[in-house]
Ligand binder design. Structure first.
Ligand SMILES: O=C(O)CCC(=O)C(=O)O
Length: 312
């Protein structure tokens, strides 16, 4: 049973691989996030010796500002997240991207191919890709060559991306149902009729399967691109942004936030009660429901896959 998505949203999430939520953030939330970006930008420039027109990205952004942290369990997004991927999740990444207008000297290449001067000077994610499909990640043969469903992200639009070529996120709707090999073999070319430029106003959010082929278009506007992605994946995978989060942060967090931060909310032994003789990661078969408070949270709201398998 759905706790967050409408039937139409579910169908879109399955078929296209994403759903768009216009005006998701309130004005206050948006302003708080924009102020947080300004603060963090100052710090990043100082540490990295960057100028105001230099692009940068921050990972594990949740550790940089409370406004970013508050996105991970935002009360209106969490039902959609749990509906999309279930309760057995943690944060994989929190990613801030800050991309001022391109200098006139930098010419973009073909969309999504990564053959331009912008790629050479270090603008990121310009090539079409699904996440997790690189050679060092998911190499195993799958039954049909497609990526298994392992994670979702929520994309938050914080600056105006409603005009074309403002550093918009592009997607190929339905491409999570295709094999990443197709993209590799054709030199990352996508038929333009299959590609979609997301033109969204500040405050929009997009819940998306990261197996969807995506790339970032050039920013030829006069505005800085400011966006965040919050990635959620299964607790038995390893996050990109951390091995473990700051203990002080975990200590002051709610049980659900502890789970999302990759901790055991009960504070128990990660290798279980008999860790000396029979270590058993509690990120695999989680014995204590207090370690995963999102499970009860989801059950209270009527989501269910309980008892599907009881043991491995
Ligand atoms: O900056 C973006 O919107 C896209 C980021 C991206 O492609 C990625 O992190 O895989």
């Amino acid at each position: 049973m759905s706790i967050g998505m409408s039937q139409q949203q579910k169908a879109d999430f399955d078929e296209k691989g994403f759903i768009v939520l216009e005006d998701f953030l309130t004005k206050e939330e948006l302003n708080r996030l924009l102020a947080a970006i300004d603060e963090v930008a100052e710090e990043v420039r100082e540490v990295q010796g960057l100028g105001p027109d230099d692009p940068f990205a921050v990972r594990n952004a949740l550790s940089r500002h409370e406004a970013f942290l508050d996105l991970i369990d935002h009360p209106r997004i969490l039902p959609l997240v749990v509906d999309a991927i279930g309760w057995n999740i943690q944060i994989r990444t929190t990613h801030l991207d800050y991309r001022p207008p391109y200098p006139e000297s930098v010419q973009p290449g073909t969309l999504g191919v990564g053959d331009g001067a912008d790629q050479e000077v270090g603008y990121r994610n310009l090539s079409w890709h699904p996440d997790l499909a690189s050679d060092s990640l998911f190499m195993g043969p799958s039954l049909d060559g497609r990526l298994p469903f392992m994670e979702i992200k929520v994309f938050y639009v914080l600056s105006d991306l409603s005009e074309s070529q403002s550093g918009n996120l592009w997607m190929v709707p339905g491409s999570h149902l295709r094999s990443p090999n197709e993209l590799r073999e054709n030199g990352r070319q996508v038929d333009p009729s299959q590609a979609m430029e997301l033109r969204l106003k500040p405050g929009a959010a997009v819940v998306w399967r990261t197996a969807v082929w995506h790339c970032v278009g050039p920013n030829l506007s006069d505005r800085t691109r400011k966006i965040m992605h919050v990635g959620y994946h299964y607790r038995w995978l390893r996050p990109t942004d951390y091995i473990s989060q700051d203990p002080a942060l975990i200590e002051r967090s709610s049980p659900i936030r502890k789970q999302l931060l990759g901790a055991l909310a009960s504070g128990g032994d990660p290798l279980g009660e008999d860790s000396a003789l029979h270590p058993s990661s509690q990120y695999w078969l989680t014995k204590n429901n207090d370690d995963v408070p999102l499970r009860a949270w989801a059950a209270q709201r009527g989501v269910g896959r309980e008892g599907f398998f009881t043991a491995l």
